[in-house]
Write a protein that binds this ligand. Structure first.
Ligand SMILES: [Zn+2]
Length: 328
């Protein structure tokens, strides 16, 4: 079965989309060397009542895919957007289409779109694309939820990155009820940071592992996004039947290896570790342990490496400094 491709647009005028139905379209963000469009898939649902516009973006890193079904399920026949009482949801399941086609994190030119925001109108290929993401999409948003996963060779808990000193962003982060919230002033160059600086409160949800579809985490992230839509007033407030416990971290950091070899990381995701506890070892090719890594803090495991082949300076484990816990 071949379905007609949705209409191709150069810009969005949200008022022109009729309320109460799902709109599917392609938004042209730039052109390739054959003159064909790099067009991002977009889904839009408007309520009859005006209200905030919530943007949901996914796969700005082209191999981070759990956000795609998270968005699809929000928009399917029984999806939550059909219950919208006010406002509008604009979702982009695949923001970095060239990277997605190559199974890679970066844009087609090897640049990381989530490190060069806000881009430049007259810059190189990736910079122009980044600029147009902000101009053609984010400019319409009142809130942004950007969906990611761990990078290649790593795994993550379901965790949210947000500036917890911002009332709007901490409220969105807590609404998601993830396993972990990491307080993090959005770095220069990220979509979350650029949107935030443009006055659009933004959070990042990290959903599991790269280049995979993980149904349990997708369900949890979909429910989390719905809770944010309730929190900002687009959906009626319904009690979460299945509240999850969240651990909040004031900061987080990675441990890195100081030699090369075969890396083994011991604690599971979301586990508490004690200061001094050995969290990883490096073994040489003859089976001799050449390095042991103690945890420098009492903390929690946000993410970790799953790639045993470790050069000097390889990532080991992502640890959070716990500031607050809730039992859901
Ligand atoms: Zn990412």
């Amino acid at each position: 079965m071949t379905l007609e491709p949705p209409p191709l647009l150069d810009s969005l005028e949200l008022d022109q989309f009729a309320p109460g139905v799902v709109h599917r379209l392609r938004l042209c963000l730039s052109h390739n060397a054959l003159g064909r469009e790099f067009a991002a898939p977009v889904l839009i649902f408007r309520a009859a009542e005006p209200g905030p516009v919530v943007g949901i973006t996914s796969a700005i890193h082209g191999n981070e895919l759990n956000g795609i079904p998270t968005i699809h399920r929000l928009f399917d026949k029984t999806g939550a957007v059909h219950n919208l009482t006010r406002g509008c949801v604009v979702a982009v399941p695949i923001l970095n289409t060239p990277g997605y086609l190559r199974f890679q994190r970066e844009f087609h030119d090897g640049r990381d779109l989530n490190r060069i925001m806000p881009g430049r109108a007259d810059g190189n290929s990736a910079e122009v694309y980044a600029h147009r993401i902000l101009e053609l999409l984010v400019r319409h948003f009142d809130y942004l939820i950007d969906l990611h996963t761990a990078s290649f060779g790593r795994v993550n808990t379901l965790y949210v990155r947000a500036d917890m000193n911002s009332e709007a962003e901490s409220g969105m982060a807590r609404a998601v009820r993830p396993q972990i919230i990491v307080n993090n002033d959005a770095g220069d160059g990220t979509l979350r940071g650029a949107a935030s600086r443009a006055g659009v409160p933004s959070i990042t949800i990290e959903i599991g592992d790269p280049q995979r579809i993980q149904p349990g985490l997708i369900r949890a992230s979909r429910l989390g996004v719905q809770e944010v839509l309730e929190h900002v007033g687009l959906l009626p407030d319904i009690d979460d039947p299945d509240p999850r416990a969240t651990t909040e971290c004031s900061r987080s950091f990675w441990l890195f290896t100081d030699t090369g070899g075969i890396l083994e990381v011991f604690p599971p995701l979301n586990a508490r570790v004690k200061k001094g506890e050995i969290v990883a070892t490096i073994t040489d090719p003859w089976g001799r342990v050449v390095a042991r890594y103690p945890s420098p803090i009492d903390g929690i495991v946000v993410g970790k490496s799953t790639n045993p082949a470790a050069h000097t300076g390889a990532r080991i484990i992502h640890l959070g400094v716990v500031s607050r816990t809730s039992d859901g």
